[in-house]
Write a protein that binds this ligand. Structure first.
Ligand SMILES: *Cc1c(COP(=O)(O)O)cnc(C)c1O
Length: 360
């Protein structure tokens, strides 16, 4: 049995070395006689696993002691409500930038809790570009400014960190976290569902500047109160222990690869190769403004949609899986996160060239 190249947007491929390590530790984690899955989250062993994962993440992402790192549940989507509940405080509204499906969902949820000011939108362009920040209608009095650095479905990615003045900047980094170096100090809050670039689903990592803790509305569910989660080391209740452990293995793997700087070089090369191929071949197209093309999610269309089924069938037969685009966009999408080896991108390009030659 050989492993396929899995281009799924999420849950996404994990490093093979990580899966093998988890396999070797499955029945007996380091002499404890049990799987990590079966351990008490209060045991010394699990607490050590959890602490090591946080320490490695802090080291990889350069997270200072000014920030709390939380390992929560409910995915990135639950953060869409957790954020306004915790951060609106006594402010009248929050600023949001609309660049695609995930921004829209964040906006819709925030509207349940307060007034949302959509400061800019690229909807008119079919979400093919990022609105110029000079024209954003931000408010100095907003509770926070929320944006989506990488729109996983559209394949649209910021190549800059927005200026937010004194307003806390909040970012949904679900599909871009740890893909390259990041200046965390620019942010009030960063959140990322794990199943794209961090580990298995069931976990969402939240990095929050400590001065933003303790402002939750009183009706905020305890499980969504950042201060409660922070004070309890993300163990107010039973955390997603196995996902946390696997995320820790991914962090160790990233360190062995040379950290986020090394990943950035590989990721940039993988993306460049694929976009160069698409641009250089009449049969394929990508609709995104080249400046804002995602390194992580590469949507593309075939010259004739009627060939989509055959394209996917041929890809499957070669072990190139999950290339179908999101149902809301159509076409194809190749997600090429940290764990997708460069050989996977090469194999995809090889197949795309062959298919275009035969059917184009
Ligand atoms: C996948 C994704 C989400 C949703 O994540 P869930 O963990 O399924 O809730 C939100 N935002 C972005 C940018 C995503 O890529």
């Amino acid at each position: 049995m050989s492993r396929a190249f899995n281009f799924c947007a999420g849950p996404a491929t994990l490093p093979e070395a990580v899966l093998k390590q988890a396999q070797s530790e499955m029945l007996d984690w380091r002499g404890t006689g049990m799987s990590v899955m079966e351990m008490s989250h209060r045991s010394d062993e699990f607490v050590a696993i959890a602490d090591k994962a946080e320490k490695d993440l802090r080291e990889l992402a350069g997270i200072s002691d000014d920030y709390a790192v939380l390992f929560m549940q409910g995915g990135a989507s639950s953060q869409f409500s957790t954020i306004p509940l915790n951060l609106l405080g006594d402010k009248a509204s929050a600023d949001y930038v609309n660049t695609g499906v995930w921004s829209k969902k964040a906006i819709a949820e925030a509207k349940r809790y307060g007034s949302v000011n959509v400061v800019a939108s690229s909807e008119d362009s079919g979400f093919s570009t990022i609105p110029d920040q000079a024209a954003w209608n931000t408010s100095a009095d907003a509770a926070y400014l929320h944006y989506t650095p990488n729109e996983t479905i559209g394949g649209l990615e910021y190549d800059f960190i927005p200026e937010s003045g004194g307003v806390p900047l909040v970012a949904d980094m679900s599909s871009t976290m740890l893909s390259r170096p990041l200046d965390v100090s620019r942010f009030g809050l960063i959140y990322a569902g794990a199943q794209k670039n961090i580990g298995p689903s069931g976990l969402v990592v939240v990095i929050i500047r400590k001065d933003l803790l303790g402002k939750a509305r009183k009706e905020t569910p305890t499980m969504m109160n950042y201060q409660v989660i922070a004070e309890n080391g993300s163990m107010y209740n039973t955390p997603a222990t196995y996902s946390w452990y696997l995320a820790g293995l991914v962090f160790e793997w990233l360190k062995e690869q040379g950290g986020v700087q090394a990943m950035a070089e590989i990721n940039a090369r993988k993306a460049r190769k694929l976009y160069d191929f698409i641009d250089g071949n009449d049969f394929y197209a990508n609709p995104i403004d080249p400046r804002f093309r995602s390194w992580m999610n590469v949507p593309f269309t075939l010259a004739d949609d009627a060939l989509n089924g055959d394209f996917l069938k041929g890809a499957d037969a070669r072990g190139l899986l999950n290339l179908q685009g999101h149902r809301s966009v159509g076409g194809m999408r190749a997600s090429i996160y940290n764990a997708m080896p460069e050989a996977g991108v090469d194999a995809l390009i090889g197949y795309m060239a062959e298919f275009a030659k035969e059917r184009g």
